[in-house]
Design a protein around this ligand. Structure first.
Ligand SMILES: *Cc1c(COP(=O)(O)O)cnc(C)c1O
Length: 427
């Protein structure tokens, strides 16, 4: 029976048999027992599937990954220890020293650092393009050694909406996949595979967990990108892997299995950034209410954004749900049911006023976090970006007055009342 998104949130990934646990079992075991060495040898040769060591795979994780794959409309998925690990694996699975990636410049700061500093040290070059660039500028970013295009559905913290279809078409024209970090939208509000994306990543730390309980990540494969059309470009998937007696992933596991099997067999084996089974269990609890929470996050953010827009103490507001927002048209196309709970705005009076405003908040807490059931906010100029001067902040697209507010699922009027009283007390 075809299940709709809400049912998948609650029941996807795991169907217990007769007399089995209703909730997913936490398999808190590092290792798994076999009757013969031959049985185990088959696992090591990738000839049989099964578990042998929780650095590579764990049954609890696989149940939760299967739910996320179903939510995204993908064919296979893996959980990672963090969103950072997910984005690293998604790219490192197909790019190596000497390769090149085209990435949107409007991405999460941690991802930007991973790409521009750490992966560059590994010999992978990145060209950053604005999500609003022209077709010609996008075209000019590609090189013969480009292996993928990367972007975020809704950028954290810039809140730009990516034209996924346009980026997918450009990627496919050059014979490479589009990787989309869908953390802020979640599959409840956008399913990038429906717009041509090939791989989706998540920081499950955000809305998917949703309760500030467990750091985690996920990679989902659509199974639609045909690696075998470009065997030289994607040699890792299309030529023998000597560390597994010459297995060719694209041949043995097909288009639907190759990407995630390679990421598990090579990257998890060698880097071991696996999610703890207990964290996967917490993540699954979050997923069970994702569809209900996302709706409320978006309703609250819309109400707060509209209030901020009407306040004479606020100089600007960015939220794609607002009719006047620069990204409203793209949001109507890609996010018709809502975007996310994060709003950014500028307080009149600049840096000092923003700091003073935040000190007075009672319901909304100051945190370096977003996408939590509890509302929180951050003033980048005095926290994550505090080493920068006002001029440097402007160059980085973070104005000194910018407040990033993540609307939780509390009562919207309570959030507005809190903001109102804090704005009235700015000194
Ligand atoms: C937080 C975040 C990440 C990094 O995820 P962690 O779970 O913190 O490692 C990656 N991408 C986006 C869009 C994020 O918001």
């Amino acid at each position: 029976m075809k299940k709709r998104l809400e049912t998948i949130c609650v029941q996807g990934g795991y169907t217990p048999g007769n007399g089995e646990p209703r909730q997913i079992p936490i398999v808190q075991s590092t290792t798994f027992k076999y009757d013969t060495s031959e049985d185990m040898g088959k696992l090591f040769d990738l000839e049989a599937s099964g578990y042998f060591y929780s650095r590579l795979q764990n049954p609890t994780n696989d149940l939760v990954a299967a739910k996320i794959a179903e939510l995204e409309g993908g064919c296979a998925a893996m959980l990672t220890s963090s969103g950072q690990a997910a984005n690293f694996y998604a790219i490192f699975n197909i790019a190596t020293c000497g390769d090149h990636i085209v990435s949107s410049s409007s991405i999460y700061g941690g991802t930007f650092n991973l790409f521009a500093v750490t992966m560059r040290k590994m010999g992978i070059e990145f060209t950053f393009v604005s999500p609003d660039c022209t077709d010609e500028e996008l075209e000019a970013a590609f090189r013969p050694n480009t292996k993928a295009v990367f972007g975020e559905t809704i950028a954290n913290p810039a809140l730009c909406v990516l034209d996924i279809e346009r980026f997918a078409n450009a990627a496919h024209k050059h014979g490479v996949p589009l990787i989309i970090d869908n953390t802020f939208a979640t599959p409840v509000n956008c399913r990038p595979f429906e717009w041509g994306a090939d791989i989706v990543t998540h920081s499950t730390t955000k809305y998917m967990d949703g309760h500030g309980s467990a750091v985690g990540g996920c990679i989902v494969d659509s199974g639609k990108f045909d690696w075998t059309k470009y065997p030289e470009k994607f040699a890792g998937l299309c030529t023998p892997d000597d560390s597994y007696h010459g297995v060719v992933y694209a041949e043995r596991f097909g288009l639907e299995g190759a990407f995630i099997t390679k990421a598990t067999a090579q990257l998890m084996r060698d880097f071991g950034s696996i999610q703890a089974p207990f964290n996967a269990y917490l993540l699954n609890l979050g997923l069970e209410s994702l569809h209900v929470r996302m709706k409320r996050h978006c309703e609250n953010a819309q109400a707060v954004a509209e209030f901020l827009e009407s306040s004479d103490k606020i100089s600007w507001v960015r939220y794609c749900g607002l009719k006047n927002d620069k990204y409203h048209a793209l949001a109507e196309k890609y996010l018709p049911n809502g975007s996310c709970g994060v709003v950014s705005f500028g307080v009149k009076g600049g840096r000092k006023a923003a700091e003073s405003f935040m000190k007075k908040l009672r319901v909304i807490a100051i945190e370096t976090h977003v996408a939590d059931a509890r509302s929180c906010c951050l003033h980048p100029a005095s926290a994550t970006h505090r080493q920068m001067t006002d001029d440097e902040l402007l160059a980085a697209g973070v104005s000194p007055d910018l407040v990033r507010l993540s609307c939780g699922i509390e009562n919207a009027q309570d959030l507005i009342d809190d903001i109102k009283q804090a704005l009235d007390q700015i000194d």
